[in-house]
Design a binder for this molecule. Sequence first.
Ligand code: SF4
Length: 358
Amino acid sequence: MADPRGFLTTRERELPRRRPVPVRIKDWKEVYEEQDLTVLRRQAGRCMDCGIPFCHSGCPLGNLIPEWNDLAWKGDWGEAIERLHATNNFPEFTGRLCPAPCETACVLGINQPAVTIKQVEVTTAEQAFAFGAVKPQPPERLSGKTVAVVGSGPAGLAVAQQLTRAGHTVAVYERADKAGGLLRYGIPEFKMEKSVLDRRLEQMVAEGTRFRTGVDVGADITGEQLRKRYNAIVLTTGSTIPRDLPVPGRDLDGVVQAMTYLPQANRAALGEEVPDQIVATGKDVIVIGGGDTGADCIGTALRQGARSVTSLEILPQPGMDRSPDQPWPTYPMIFRVASAHEEGGERLYAVSTSAILG
Ligand code: SF4
């Protein structure tokens, strides 16, 4: 168990600070500052090592949270990353991007703020990388079997890493020019810098995973050809077919899907030339949809220098606390302020778009 009295002596959550808004909207770097390790370890020490750790069942990966909370509290980053990697190939991604249903399921959350599990996760990963504890793990022997993984998003990368380490010869096919899928072209740099992704890809290459980027399976190579060449194929594709909003005015100039807008912005943020890039500079922007993708668009538009940003959410504004029909340990609909919301713009609720005029 982490600190046996930790949850009694520290009753508040302590999270890293976000960089000041006027500073961070002038660049694309990650929003959060590094957290003092003493504070982080104090938070890890609040974990009660519950007899029934509800955080386990809240986590879609079944992360062994109390085990690595204890190790993080002790500052044993080498062991902590071992336990973290036992269920999660990429804690540096989830520790930045996951909505953390483990925290809303944390037993401590019944009568005081939950353990800052997600922050412990990302810090453990970063400490482990910093101290060289994340090393390539090539297989000791090869199985002689070959596998094609189609799609290089997080699912494809995880399956490729596991199969490579098991000794199979794995090639990951990606139609974009670089691997990573949504991690690279969907998630803005201010939420996860791409150097974090590239660092993990380097480990995978060193382990023996091969990447075939710029290959569109189904167009450049057929499924039949893949089946002839490989013993097995794993399909881990995402979808670039967006959910449309079939209202009058949808076809007007300047009405674009997030997954058209965000990848262009991500490329430009990394210094790529993007022909005919859609930019929000000097424009009045409306973001339809109040979820995470909407927040990504808000943060991106503000960094591009939009004159105004208004977000429209179809549901009513949720309350600050759990409603009775969403009790602990469910993941509740409550009012949340993403970093992008803090940066500017207006949020309107209970707005259903019936037409776009222009
Ligand atoms: S539910 Fe919370 S307090 Fe209990 S083991 Fe998990 S993180 Fe620790």
